[in-house]
Design a protein around this ligand. Structure first.
Ligand code: UGA
Length: 491
């Protein structure tokens, strides 16, 4: 099928490359000439597994680049809108880019064309796109508007696209669902997976071919917002539970295992940490809350999800203080700046927030991230130093903080790390290690929702000066974060 994708950002680029790999003829349209030129030269603007090879495979063949929206729409049977929908000051989505695309393609529709929302948009957007197109001269009957939300995670977006749990198609007419069925047929029939060049199935992906869930356009729009809100709620829920674990001296990892094995709940998105970030959850929660408000509903559950998420960063900061007593003048290694592992994206990254807060408190930061350092340098204070690997970052530091769940941070050479540091103190915001393994190598190990692990010969009384963290006695591998356990307090 001949397909135009408007917007060559993260969603558009991945969608375009993957649709070309499925065998479609794709034109990627953008009004940013510099971006088009860089893509044309073979540069890949985002850090995404398999994307460079898909772009190299199809660029100039089944994947063309263009700055001419009207001409691209004219020669396409389907037009995906994948432009940005940034939040406004009030938190709702700014749909002016979507509107301008709808306006610009109205005059180019000369045979039946399906316009598909791919960007995350509030419910009713498809109605608005339709109205704008009719107002600008598109003929009713010559086009339909459908919603096909994406569920791609950064870092694994290509395999998420090609091996999805489900494909949601929101369409209100038979011709529009037929077009979307045809677009995804190589996946739903399994044909793509038999091709020798197919991107390999990632570990953990479903064996079955993906199903197409056909809904109304409004339902599809809501599915996207509700999915992201639910996942964010799961994270905030487990973060709140982890705080209870710290207070009573329980282990959140064991609690997660116990609840995650219930098939109604499931183990995924139950990793506690320093809170969710990124360009999606924070923005989508605000937008969903706004949509609910406009419909007259005060969706307070979302307020609480957001509040717990913000509190989680502050709680971590208090934990660093409780580990180090004072922060001024302390040299701290920071592993991880991206909002999660596997990406160079630092948007709404809790790690960036924490580095800024620590610098403000007078700490000296030496950071390392496998991919996000160039972007982080643009926003972090000039005083932050950067290392070329975790061991260089750890050289002579008072403590090391783990802020992003990069796989390589879970496989550090612990004796080498301990040897590099001035004091072997690790404050892990992502729970990448277990206490006993850390104390064995001489580390005092703070994590989230679990007891602070202290090597036997280091178990000394410590007084905390941190509000909300009580003075306590650190016990070898048996204590919550600077807080006496409930049993101990009762005793
Ligand atoms: C998220 C959704 O997972 C995708 O399905 C969706 O398509 C995308 O938003 C979007 O709307 O475009 P993404 O933002 O790439 O994808 O990242 P996630 O993997 O969902 O992680 C989001 C944040 O939650 C990260 O900061 C991560 O560290 C944190 N997280 C995730 C946790 O703290 N705990 C967990 O158990 C899982």
């Amino acid at each position: 099928m001949r397909i135009a994708i408007v917007g060559s950002g993260y969603v558009g680029l991945v969608t375009g490359a993957c649709l070309a790999d499925l065998g479609h003829e794709v034109i990627l349209v953008d009004n940013d000439q510099a971006k088009l030129a860089s893509l044309q030269r073979g540069e890949v603007p985002i850090h995404e597994n398999f994307l460079p090879e898909l772009l190299a495979r199809h660029r100039g063949g089944r994947l063309r680049l263009s700055g001419d929206l009207a001409a691209s729409a004219r020669e396409s049977e389907a037009v995906f809108i994948a432009v940005g929908t940034p939040p406004t000051e009030q938190g709702d989505a700014d749909l002016s880019y979507v509107e301008s695309v709808a306006r610009d393609i109205s005059g180019s529709i000369s045979s039946y064309t399906l316009v598909i929302e791919k960007s995350t948009v509030p419910v009713y957007t498809s109605n608005w796109i339709r109205k704008v197109m009719l107002r600008n001269g598109a003929k009713a009957g010559m086009f339909d508007v459908a919603s096909n939300p994406e569920f791609l995670r950064e870092g694994t977006a290509v395999t998420d696209f090609l091996y999805p749990d489900r494909i949601v198609v929101g369409s209100d007419t038979e011709p529009s669902s037929a077009v979307l069925r045809e677009i995804y047929e190589p996946l739903t029939s399994g044909r793509y997976y038999r091709e020798p060049h197919a991107i390999p199935r990632p570990e953990g992906a479903r064996e079955q071919f993906p199903v197409l869930v056909v809904t109304s356009t409004k339902s599809a729009e809501l599915i996207k917002h509700a999915s992201n809100a639910f996942l964010a709620m799961k994270i905030s829920f487990i973060n709140a539970v982890s705080s209870v674990c710290e207070t009573v001296g329980a282990d959140v990892k064991q609690v997660c295992q116990g609840i995650g094995l219930d098939s109604r709940i499931g183990p995924r998105f139950l990793n506690p940490g320093i809170g969710y970030g990124g360009s999606c959850f924070p923005k989508d929660l605000l937008a969903f809350r706004s949509v609910a408000r406009e419909c007259g509903m005060d969706f307070r559950l979302l307020d609480e999800v957001i509040r717990i998420n913000e509190e989680q960063r502050h709680r971590f900061l208090r934990k660093v203080r409780s580990a180090l007593w004072t922060l001024r003048g302390k040299r701290l290694a920071v592993l991880g700046l991206a909002f999660k592992g596997g990406t160079d994206d630092i948007r709404e990254s809790p790690a960036i927030f924490l580095v800024q807060a620590l610098v403000q408190e007078g700490s000296q930061i030496v950071a390392y991230d496998p991919a996000a350092m160039p972007r982080a340098k643009e926003v972090l204070p000039a005083a932050v130093e950067y290392a070329t690997d975790p061991y260089e970052a750890a050289q002579g530091v008072d403590a090391l903080l783990i802020l992003t769940e990069w796989e390589e941070f879970a496989q550090l050479d612990l004796p080498r790390l301990a040897g590099a540091m001035k004091y072997p103190i690790v404050v892990d915001g992502r729970n990448l290690y277990d206490g006993p393994a850390m104390t064995e190598h001489g580390f005092t190990y703070y994590s989230v929702g679990r007891a602070t692990a202290v090597p036997e010969d280091h178990a000394t009384p410590v007084a905390s000066n941190v509000p909300g963290i009580q003075p306590s006695v650190e016990m070898p591998q048996a204590h919550s974060h600077g807080q006496p356990s409930l049993q101990e307090r009762k005793a």
